[in-house]
Ligand binder design. Structure first.
Ligand code: IPE
Ligand code: IPE
Ligand code: MG
Length: 262
């Protein structure tokens, strides 16, 4: 039985939601393997979880959701698996477009999109363009993405601007550097508040290294196709029980929050 939205969100403080949630969607292959199915069956099943987390983020009123769909390193997988993933990504984005528009969800593409095969790439670019006016959930799909790729690219763009005379080395602050990252390309996507990784691995796998600087990390043993709205809600409740100190002392943080309550 599916739980009602009200029961799913019980215990969540809607005034203290994470502004930006990022997810490492891991465990599709193992989900399929334990069922004696080909890995591609796990990837297909994973599409349903993408739908669930998108819908739940949108219904809750989360502003930014960023999903790690395919890493730079994933190009090294067997060609057949890469081909299936590219086909699935194109198929899913095309199929979801009407619902995304209805729900006012904007798609951002983060990563080396030129490397994506043409057919899937055109569907992705079409979806990003068609939703560019949407002001609800800002859903970033990280494809052919790795954080080191993104940071190296930013350094190269900064060097070019410095050589052109458009930027002085003394002007390179954290804000300026941030503005050269791919996550600032179509909209200034803020730092991540909550990172969720499914699949049981406790690592970052080259994802958003800069943007995760002060994120709260939540690792779920569940495989991505198993991850439900209730599991997502549990991660948000866990997030709301953490004390985010950003380098300050607990006393300073408590003082600040009691001042903002008055
Ligand atoms: C995540 O699931 C999807 C991608 C990385 C594209 P995996 O395919 O990594 O699944 P496991 O980790 O092998 O189970
Ligand atoms: C991370 O999963 C990348 C994505 C979810 C797209 P991987 O399965 O590629 O990560 P590792 O290799 O286990 O670290
Ligand atoms: Mg994996």
């Amino acid at each position: 039985m599916t739980e009602s939205f009200e029961s799913l969100i019980s215990g969540i403080d809607l005034k203290r939601l994470p502004r930006h949630v990022a997810m490492i969607m891991d465990g599709n292959g193992r989900w399929a393997k334990t069922r004696g199915l080909p890995r591609s069956a796990g990837h297909s099943e994973g599409v349903a979880t993408v739908r669930r987390v998108t819908e739940f983020s949108s219904d809750l009123g989360i502003k930014y959701l960023t999903l790690y769909a395919f890493s730079t390193e994933n190009w090294n997988r067997p060609q057949q698996e890469v081909d299936t993933l590219m086909y699935l990504i194109g198929w899913a984005i095309e199929k979801e477009l009407p619902d995304l528009l209805r729900n006012n969800v904007r798609i951002h593409l983060i990563g080396d999109i030129q490397r994506i095969p043409e057919e899937a790439r055109n569907k992705l670019l079409n979806c990003a363009a068609a939703t560019s006016h949407c002001t609800g959930l800002q859903l970033s799909m990280c494809l052919s993405y790795s954080s080191r790729w993104e940071i190296t690219r930013a350094a190269s763009l900064i060097a070019k601007d410095a050589l052109n005379g458009n930027l002085s080395p003394d002007e390179i602050s954290e804000e300026v550097f941030n503005s050269y990252l791919h996550t600032a390309q179509t909209e200034n996507i803020p730092d991540v508040d909550l990172l969720i990784r499914t699949g049981g691995e406790v690592r970052i796998s080259n994802f958003l290294l800069w943007q995760l600087a002060y994120a709260e990390l939540f690792f779920s043993p569940l495989l991505w196709p198993e991850f439900s709205k209730a599991d997502y809600a549990e991660a948000i409740r866990d997030f709301q029980n953490r004390e985010r100190r950003f380098g300050k002392t607990g006393d300073q943080v408590n003082q600040q929050s009691s001042m903002s309550d008055t």
